[in-house]
Design a protein around this ligand. Structure first.
Ligand code: SAH
Ligand code: SF4
Length: 417
């Protein structure tokens, strides 16, 4: 079982359990997934290798872990045969457990995953003609209760660790069979990483748009994305990674500076009244403050625009006036912007409906007529509840009463066993 410690999340009042960077395993071995090269070197050092050996082995193991996707020390052919069992006795190379894998009729795939301490979360792969996008989760549940979002009705269970976040990308590469092959003679990694952008690869893009608010799990998301972007690691370009936030203003500048990925902002409304209702975080960080932070986002330019996500809710935020106000705001703050209109994806008991297709089209035209691109996102994987805002794991869907009942039953059965 993973031990969790209480740690406060910036901007949150309640401390939530956060797993440690090293997940203690029952067999005493240390899971290396999610650790950066320096940390691996430290661990090798502590386990008894001399400084030079620790450095060399860390470099080799790092490459095998993140660049080759190897999960068995025996496969690390440039490491001495006698050394491999020594490593396997002390260390482990894990992946999140797969509870269930589903395939949509449109090709979208969704995996229900489980952490070693038994929490379930989801990742989604969306194949397109010219790209394949993996939608990655950052938390189990979410502290923010956006009214249109199914994940928002779950309580926050805990932040995912860097290993659980990067583990999703690694698992997707496993499932798609996309680890580079060939030998790694002389650790010529630079040469090799160039292959990554080659066409024909299925997994080309990553969006931090799964369950949770990534900027409320900043350090772990940063740690994981560093491994994804590392040329000797998963080697995906930062231009192919997008982080979506509901507007955690104080963390946005750091995100641009320290992570440097593309930014997407869940704007969804242009008046205080409506945004307060549908994205309650707006009461803390209002629209003007949010757009000012966007204008200052490091690295944003006309070549690298900020995406503004706008969920289309019938009779709520979808009038012509709202579209005009959206244009005015984006121009007022001189934002290098594109707008992504998301038809609302329904879920049982949702308090909203999706705008009509005609309304969505008209809204898109108005924004477009003012020179801002505003495509309508095609919902993907709705049949397997994999579309935006539909992610919510079965375990957490159970009512409080049902959970309590199950817990009581479990106790009873251990008592009578
Ligand atoms: N927490 C982050 C990222 C995850 S949500 C955020 O809020 O930005 C990814 C996107 O899906 C967000 O823009 C979110 O607002 C949107 N979304 C949530 N529920 C939705 C639903 N039911 N239909 C359509 N989009 C939804
Ligand atoms: Fe959390 Fe994003 Fe859903 Fe809001 S839309 S509840 S921030 S996951």
């Amino acid at each position: 079982m993973t031990q969790t410690t209480l740690m406060s999340i910036p901007g949150q009042i309640d401390p939530v359990p956060v797993a440690r960077d090293i997940t203690p395993r029952e067999d005493g071995r240390v899971d290396l997934i999610g650790l950066p090269k320096d940390r691996i070197r430290e661990l090798f050092d502590e386990a008894g290798l001399d400084v030079k050996q620790a450095k060399l082995r860390a470099k080799q193991v790092f490459h095998w872990l993140y660049h080759r996707g190897v999960t068995d020390f025996e496969a690390m052919t440039d490491i001495a045969k006698t050394m491999r069992p020594w490593l396997a006795e002390r260390f482990f190379i894990g992946r999140p457990d797969v509870v269930e894998a589903q395939h949509s009729t449109d090709g979208t795939r969704k995996w229900l995953l489980r952490t070693s301490d038994g929490h379930e979360f989801e990742m989604v792969f969306i194949p397109d003609a010219d790209r394949g996008t993996l939608c990655v989760s950052s938390q189990v549940g979410c502290t923010l209760n956006c009214r249109f979002c199914h994940t928002g009705t779950m309580r926050l269970v805990r932040n995912l660790t860097p290993g659980e976040i990067v583990g999703q990308v690694m698992l997707a590469r496993d499932a798609l069979g996309e680890w580079p092959k060939g030998s790694m003679a002389g650790l010529e990694v630079e040469e090799d990483s160039a292959q990554y952008t080659s066409d024909g690869r299925l997994l080309t893009n990553i969006v931090m748009m799964g369950m949770g608010e990534p900027l409320y799990n900043f350090d772990n998301v940063k740690g994981a994305l560093k491994l994804v972007m590392d040329g000797e690691g998963l080697a995906l370009s930062k231009r192919r990674i997008t982080l979506s936030t509901s507007g955690v203003v104080p963390a946005m500048e750091r995100c641009g500076e320290e992570i440097g990925v593309n930014l997407a902002v869940s704007l969804h409304a242009v008046t205080k009244e409506i945004r307060d209702e549908i994205v309650p975080l707006n009461k803390k960080y209002g629209i003007d403050e949010l757009l000012e932070a966007c204008a200052a986002y490091p690295g944003a330019s006309n070549a690298r625009r900020i995406t503004f996500e706008y969920v289309m809710l019938k009779d709520k935020n979808d009038t012509d006036e709202h579209a005009h106000e959206l244009v005015r705001l984006l121009k007022h703050y001189k934002l290098p912007a594109k707008v992504n209109l998301i038809p609302f994806n329904p879920w049982p008991g949702a308090p909203y409906e999706c705008s009509t297709p005609e309304r969505v089209k008209r809204f898109s035209e108005i924004v477009f007529e003012h020179g801002i691109s505003a495509p309508v996102r095609t919902p993907r994987g709705r049949d397997i509840d994999a579309a935006c805002g539909q992610l919510k794991t079965a375990a957490e869907k159970k009512s409080r009463a049902q959970r309590d009942r199950e817990a009581a039953e479990a106790l009873e059965s251990t008592a009578t066993a």
